[in-house]
Design a binder for this molecule. Structure first.
Ligand SMILES: NC(=O)c1ccc[n+]([C@@H]2O[C@H](COP(=O)([O-])OP(=O)(O)OC[C@H]3O[C@@H](n4cnc5c(N)ncnc54)[C@H](OP(=O)(O)O)[C@@H]3O)[C@@H](O)[C@H]2O)c1
Length: 375
């Protein structure tokens, strides 16, 4: 029996993970964590009967404790750490929408749990330190993001020296065919293909999501920025490609549904029955691939710049973006100002190498700067 902790179980990836696990024989949920949605977390706990649950925000903690007398209810990031320490899990799925819970993830790596990572923000902010920890403890870190799962699968059994480049596909988001000027929140939150949380949907519209994925790919596959390309593929059927030194390419193609990469991250290298209907290739009318427009999507360029600068710059990029997106969602920052604000904060920052605590401090600095700038 494989025992699983899900961080962010109430979100889009978290709920899909629960659906996948409910069909998989030999897997059991032992820990759940959410940010503030205590009603949904309590309902999941009643169905899945984990040993422990964690609510990151203080709100609703007492109500949860009362509603679930047989479950250990914890709070804050220390709660995540305690679940990792005592829930006796083999796998941790990280699907919070922000780079929280890092201490718990580092401990999970030390305990050699399999880390199934959806929260790309963790690798963007702390990639060097996390990957060094994975190497040191011989742990497994598997991507949940569909693009990285695709690349991971195309690279299985291949030699790194034979890889010319990887090509991450992007659907182009909700604004691909319209101007980014004067867009409202409701236009941005209407993604043409994927049904996701609000933060990643905004990132998809600015293409910062692809920028964060470029940094994530750099850490996962140890490739420099020059070997990571992005193409727009509006049909979202090809999830990414690897090109080898002889010019040939391997592509990963499937139904666009996150349950597939979630299941592979949980079961790899085993391939189990599909969690969604498989793609009928004869029904695919066309697949197109276009270069992204750097003027329309400046966030992509900012992410490449942060990756090339390295040190603490990706953490600053990530935190500035998280804060700017939050202000956009609160309708306090226009959509077109998101890259402007991030660029300003990056210019003010002097990048330094450090440990997790240093990067958390730089993230905090970037968030404050964004709020001050917007105010
Ligand atoms: N959705 C996708 O298809 C997809 C695909 C690839 C990668 N990802 C990545 O997976 C992660 C989760 O995405 P999602 O779409 O599942 O997000 P989501 O639906 O917004 O869910 C996010 C989860 O994080 C919690 N959360 C909310 N505010 C938070 C905060 N300030 N700090 C920490 N956690 C917070 C939520 O808890 P409450 O419910 O209690 O608020 C929920 O459990 C993101 O990093 C995203 O980039 C998502």
């Amino acid at each position: 029996m494989k025992k699983v902790i899900i961080l962010g179980s109430t979100g889009s990836i978290g709920r899909n993970t629960v659906k996948v696990l409910q069909r998989l024989p030999g897997y059991r949920v032992v820990g759940l964590a959410a940010y503030a949605n205590h009603t949904r977390l309590a309902s999941q706990a009643k169905t899945l009967r984990p040993k422990m649950i964690t609510l990151l925000s203080d709100k609703g903690y007492s109500a949860m404790k009362k509603a679930l007398p047989r479950v250990k209810v914890l709070s804050g990031e220390l709660g995540i750490l305690e679940m990792v320490e005592h829930a006796d899990a083999d796998i941790i799925v990280c699907a919070l929408s922000r780079s929280l819970g890092i201490a718990g993830i580092m401990r999970a790596i030390e305990k050699r749990m399999r880390v199934c990572l959806a929260t790309k923000e963790i690798l963007v902010s702390f990639g060097d330190v996390v990957m060094a920890h994975v190497k040191k403890y011989g742990a497994e870190l598997l991507p949940v993001d569909s693009e990285h799962s695709a690349v991971y699968q195309c690279l299985e059994g291949k030699h790194k020296k034979d890889v010319l480049q990887i090509i991450l596909t992007a659907s182009g988001g909700p604004l691909l065919h319209r101007s980014t000027k004067n867009v409202r929140k409701r236009d941005v939150l209407k993604h043409p293909v994927w049904k996701m949380g609000a933060k990643i949907t905004v990132d998809s519209a600015t293409m910062m999501n692809k920028g964060l994925e470029v940094i994530e790919a750099h850490h996962l596959f140890s490739l420099p920025a020059e070997k990571i390309k992005v193409v727009i593929h509006p049909q979202a059927l090809c999830h990414s490609l690897v090109q080898f030194t002889d010019g040939s390419m391997l592509a990963h193609i499937s139904t666009p549904d996150m349950k597939l990469p979630i299941q592979y991250a949980l079961t790899a290298p085993l391939r189990l029955a599909p969690p969604v209907p498989s793609l009928d290739i004869t029904k695919v009318a066309s697949m197109t691939f276009l270069p992204p427009d750097p003027r329309k999507f400046p966030c992509l360029g900012l992410a490449y710049a942060a990756l090339r600068i390295g040190k603490s710059m990706p953490a600053v990029l990530n935190a500035a973006n998280e804060e700017a997106v939050e202000l956009f969602l609160q309708e306090r920052l226009p959509f077109t100002q998101i890259p402007t604000v991030i660029k300003k904060i990056m210019h003010k920052h002097t990048p330094k190498r450090g440990g997790i605590e240093d990067y958390i401090a730089y993230e905090r600095w970037a968030r404050t700067m964004v709020r001050e700038f917007v105010a």
